[in-house]
Design a protein around this ligand. Structure first.
Ligand SMILES: Cc1ncc(COP(=O)(O)O)c(C=O)c1O
Length: 511
């Protein structure tokens, strides 16, 4: 059959739409909203259709980096459809409404129990039972745990009639910014053991040497943010035990297991770092890192109620039943807690072991391949002796540096951060690839190929080109300065007093 169309002449009446804006046939891009800028700083006077608002925001957000190519972050970028379904179905639940959502509260209890057992909390007698709570992430858990240590120390000092106004806490200079926040917000002096060429994380002996009667606790990191190293909690525990015995002090260890807490138990079970050690009083872990759950979920655990002063716990009954709460925020979403429970029971120990072993093997493969190019020095551990990440630096000084490598890789879409090492080792520049669940062997092959071609391209630079790139990099770094709090445009100018003082305390570029 031949299909022949007739071209209608101009003087024939046509079913013309003059007001194309309201035509139901047009796409979003044919509406009047598509020809206007998105409302930015002022709530618009009029409404807009849901599909237009959705599309405008979606189109803007697509300019973000691709989460799966973001090798800077430890935070989960893949969950199964079933987990996402559960999250979607529970988005409207407020976790704090225990009375209304008793099963969700029960699920949170189960998560605390599972994680406490994974971390070998003593369970033999009722008075020795561990305590724990969900948090938004490890930062909240760290601040809560610091608060508990500070309050315990203050109470003990008051009871003895001793001064209690100069608390200090000891940690490696490689600690994450969450610790700087905890120290500053809670007015605790931070004693940071510097890193050295030989040890890019905390030396337990130096840490214990620095302790005194005002020390509220020592933080040990299970998975340094900079290099993935596990700090030696066992040695710290025995040195601290000896010192406390000698001096009559009671100083506890808090383990920041933000990254390593869900890795070490499955690939390095012989490592003793958790509640098996008597001086480990509290632990934090990020559910949204290797706990394989979308952000933001973390967990704080205490060895027993002795280590969580009762006067920090708020008991309320205005939601219909008596309930205890130790959190900063009252309301929060319940869906991440439910998703965390899904992951824990869906994977079980065998599932976690399979995934973590695969990650270790991918990280080792990547480290070997990079080392074999002869161009890089690997600074992280292999074989599961640290978090599955590869921290590396250039072997030789060139016209370009690690920051140039990072910028060049960004052109291909890869986000591989470059950063300087912690206090006293700032001259050391590093690159870091965090191996997460969705970073497959195939992806690592492509990354290696792209790193090789990046180096080949950078090797073509001459002095002048390197200088130009550096100038551009510095300028765009200043331009791209990001802040997690927003300035109200038109009210506070960037050179106002407050914003200046904030700038002085920039968080490090490693998270
Ligand atoms: C060792 C360490 N502690 C604490 C944090 C903060 O964790 P969160 O992002 O869950 O608040 C991080 C984040 O990367 C970390 O690596």
């Amino acid at each position: 059959m031949v299909f022949l169309s007739r071209a209608v002449s101009s003087n024939q009446p046509q079913n013309d739409q003059t007001d194309h804006d309201d035509a139901t046939e047009t796409t979003i891009y044919g509406t009047r909203w598509a020809s206007r800028d998105i409302p930015r700083y002022e709530m618009p006077d009029e409404e807009m259709p849901a599909n237009v608002a959705y599309r405008m925001i979606k189109d803007e957000i697509e300019l973000d980096g691709t989460p799966a190519l973001n090798l800077a972050s430890f935070v989960t970028t893949f969950m199964e459809d079933e987990a996402e379904q559960l999250m979607k179905e529970n988005l409207s639940k407020n976790f704090i409404d225990f009375e209304e959502y008793p099963q969700t509260a029960e699920i949170s209890n189960r998560c605390v129990n599972i994680i406490a057992r994974l971390f070998h909390a003593p369970m033999d007698k009722p008075e020795a039972e561990a305590l724990g709570c969900s948090t938004v992430g490890s930062s909240e858990a760290i601040i809560l745990a610091t608060l508990a240590m500070k309050r315990r120390w203050q109470t003990a000092r008051k009871e003895k009639g001793l001064p209690y106004d100069k608390p200090n806490m000891i940690m490696g200079a490689n600690c994450q910014v969450a610790w700087h926040k905890a120290m500053r917000y809670l007015e605790v002096e931070s004693r940071e053991v510097p890193c050295t060429e030989d040890l890019l994380y905390m030396d337990p002996k130096k840490a214990v040497d620095w302790a005194d009667e005002n020390t509220i606790g020592i933080c040990a990191i299970l998975g340094s943010t900079y290099t993935g190293h596990y700090e030696d909690v066992k040695t710290l525990d025995s040195l601290l035990e000896a010192k406390c015995k000698e001096k009559g002090w009671d100083i506890g260890i808090h383990v920041d297991a933000a990254s390593g807490g869900f890795v070490a138990p499955f690939v390095y079970p012989e490592l003793v770092w958790d509640f098996r050690l008597e001086r480990v009083y509290s632990i934090n872990v990020s559910g949204h890192k290797y706990g394989l759950t979308y952000p933001g979920i973390g967990w704080a655990l205490w060895r027993s109620k002795k280590y969580l002063p009762e006067d920090l716990i708020f008991n309320i009954n205005y939601l219909g039943s008596d309930q205890a709460s130790f959190t900063f925020n009252f309301s929060k979403g319940a869906s991440n807690i439910i998703a965390q429970y899904y992951v824990l029971i869906r994977l079980g120990k065998v599932g976690f072991t399979h995934i973590m072993k695969n990650l270790v093997s991918t990280a080792d493969y990547l480290a070997d391949k990079l080392e074999n190019t002869g161009k890089f020095v690997i600074l992280s551990e292999r074989g599961g002796k640290g978090v599955p990440l590869v921290a590396f630096r250039l072997k030789e000084k060139k016209l370009y540096d690690e920051f140039d490598v990072s910028a060049k890789l960004r052109e291909r879409g890869w986000i591989v951060p470059a950063y300087t090492m912690a206090h006293a080792m700032e001259h050391l520049k590093l690159l870091r690839v965090v191996v997460r669940e969705d970073f497959s062997r195939n992806r690592s092959e492509i990354l290696i190929r792209d790193i090789n071609s990046t180096i080949a391209a950078l090797n073509l630079w001459d002095e002048k080109e390197a200088e130009n790139h550096r100038k551009f990099r510095n300028r765009s770094a200043r331009h791209n300065h990001r802040s997690s709090f927003s300035l109200v445009h038109g009210k506070v100018q960037p050179n106002d007093k407050d914003s200046k003082s904030h700038k002085k305390h920039d968080a490090p570029g490693v998270c």
